[in-house]
Ligand binder design. Sequence first.
Ligand code: C2O
Ligand code: CU
Length: 497
Amino acid sequence: MSDALSRRRFLALTGAGAAGLALVACGGSGGPIRITSADPSVAAAEAQRRRPGAAVRDVAVTAGAGAISLAQRMDTTWDYNQTVPGPEIRLTAGEVLRAKITNNLPEATTIHWHGLALRNDMDGVPGVTQKPIPPGGSFVYEFATAAPGTYWFHPHFGTQVDRGLYAPLIIDDPHEPGGYDRELTVVLDDWLPATGPSPGGTLKALKAGGMGSMQMARSPLLGGDAGDVTYPFFLANGRTATDPQVVDVTAGERIRLRLINVGSDTAFRVAVGGHRVTVTHTDGFAVVPTTTDAVLIGMAERYDAIVTIAESGAFPLVALAEGKGNQALVVLRSSPGAANPPADVHPAELDGQVIQAPDLRAAPAVTLASRKPDRTFPVVLQLAPQGYRWSINGRSVDDAADVLTLAEPLDIRRGERIRLVFDNRTTMFHPMHIHGHTFQIVGPGGSAGPRKDTTIVKPQQQVTVDFDADNPGQWLMHCHNLYHMEAGMHGVISYVR
Ligand code: C2O
Ligand code: CU
């Protein structure tokens, strides 16, 4: 079935066509006017963000076909600049990033700068903030950066993010207090090899087979289903556990780990054998430092944690694919002769204390000022009784490009404090993400949970988050499980005036 046809069928089935018409009418006769990415207020917000004389960092990114060595066998993939992960982009907060992307893929693409509060017209959402970049085409993203932290970038086009199209984006803090000797970025991914079903084929099979085609991965930590897709490989920095990256370190060294989950359908439980780690940031924003054995990372989430290498040896940094019986590995080796741990090493820390987002508190410097919300929106997450069709507030939107016509927008106004109540009425966890803003999880009794842009909402759980409406435009809100997103879980937060 063609996309157009399936869209039409969806409209007929749900009566969403009428809502689409209502949306078009809005703004005509006294209704709210949507602030689109082309609105002058978007450029004005950027002008405010730009520091006079800010350095401009030029980078070139090419999306194209490439190769990856998987468990010592070559496989083909799509990637950025011929590496998986793609090249890390690094700059200092306040600088301007100017990234020229050249599309050598056989299909259109875009880049989304995940987690950044950037100008809306550079957010990389096809049909919402820009036209797709056609095969052979190019596009220049240029925007001022604001908050420092650990971010990443990826396409916002179909199922492309489940190929090798992802890379870290690190924004250094000019006032970094330090407390560590070096850094290590660890990018975690679930991997479909080119020899098996493609991401697009996997999505089709899920839609055709409904729940029946889903794997039964289970995890008590995630409160139920742990995933819908069976992955033969899990990668840390592009390597399998049988052929892991080995990082030479020295005993006593303090390493700031920047853990990034770029997976499409897998949460990872991460621990370092023989060590506890101190979590310092999540999704780029500082938390009250919290020491733990392990940390649970949903799709698109990031955690920064400091580990002090205890002694001489070869220590496994294990990323357990939660509920999926497999893992990725990086070896931290402080003794040159030490043998690598086995691929299936299971350090005791994995079964110790596992930090999850609600366990953390925002650092005082990034805590939102206490304020009553001006508007509260329920964000109800559901699965249709039949078929593989996920929804937000009753609307199922397959493609980000359709979100402005098919989703029921959450209308907000600049300057407001907004509260979202994610309400998961399904049997599976959803890592819920909003573009262009970093919310704060509302903890028990209204306490200040961590600032984040993506957070796990477990089955039958409600998670309340607040954010300040300070970045005009049209912003996606979606589940960062790629297959849920492409099977309906898209919404939009819409600035209006
Ligand atoms: Cu990584 Cu729409 O996001
Ligand atoms: Cu989901």
